[in-house]
Design a binder for this molecule. Sequence first.
Ligand code: GDD
Ligand code: MG
Length: 358
Amino acid sequence: MKGLILVGGFGTRLRPLTLSKPKPLVEFCNKAMVLHQIEALAAVGVSEVVLAVNYQPHIIEEFLAKESDKLGIKITTSLEDEPMGTAGPLKVAEKHLNDGEPFFVLNSDVTCDFPFQAMIDFHKKTGAEGTLLVTKVDDPTKFGVVLYDDAGKIDQFVEKPQEFVGDRINAGIYLLSPGVFDRIELRPTSIEKEVFPVMAKESKLFCMELPGFWADVGNPTDFRSGTTLKLASVRDAAPDTLASGESFEGNVLVAPDAVIGKGCRIGPDVVVGPGCVVGDGVRLVRTTLLAGARVGSCAYVSDSIIGWASKVGEWARLSNGCVLGEDVTIKSEVYATGATVLPHKSVSADILSPKIVI
Ligand code: GDD
Ligand code: MG
């Protein structure tokens, strides 16, 4: 079996992190976003994953070359000369993808427990041409909304509806039979607007409700809430991989080589990346420290993302959705709320209301 991951776009909503690396390589819970997906595909026997890229292919290729050996899975990139949308890339990669078997297609910014084997079984059982995962959200307007019957047969697929249609949405994870290639022309085109509505009309599109959590982690707010959901799922599936001890509260993931000082209170919902150094008496809440970040003694950081190799000074206080790019310095005792700081900047004055530091 094969799989394709849609890795296009510039990841602008995840800036300033995506100023340093392409979105699929940004670590979510200490693992590149795309690796969560590739590992789950490999686990159900997918032998080749095609990454449909229109931006920075070399960086992605270099990173994945190493992973490909480790996982024993072939990873290729399919480069578009111009952005081909969400269906065009399937046609571009048809010769790699089409081996006569159904294949997986994933949006690169979604995460869940990836029930791929259940999708394969369901797809066989229904004889569908396409099987989608659906999940329930509070605000369906940003998504593709799906209406379906008790058997999972989709009657209607409406991308980004302006008026309320339903609250079950396309989770961005599909299993498609090769017949779909005949429906796609070699041009920029949207699978959600031009392909799925037609398949639904022909009763060839089915869906499965996603058990467990789902998150689109393509912007900092969703990245943080997605981290909370993912860590809760890790708590159920592999509790031993989470940190334990008197410094930790709730679900906390700490890379094995990270250094944590004395008298800290860390958690809930905190991720400490590889090579991070956390000083004594630090308080961290709902925060991700990306690789190599350092937090000085007695600093307080909540609801924030601290970029690679950034430094938060002693007694500094960051809260309310701060996002620091790579190699940012926050001087000692600085207070910042809702600050977005571009890579390599140094902040020495308080930031009292949300702003972007460029
Ligand atoms: N290769 C390639 N080329 N990939 C692309 C292109 C392109 O031109 N344009 C978008 N993509 C990729 C994005 O990187 C992402 O992985 C995926 O296609 C979907 O694009 P988004 O821009 O993230 O779409 P969305 O989040 O607004 O909506 C999509 O995802 C929702 C779930 O998060 C749709 O599939 C919705 O129906 C769905 O509910
Ligand atoms: Mg998206």
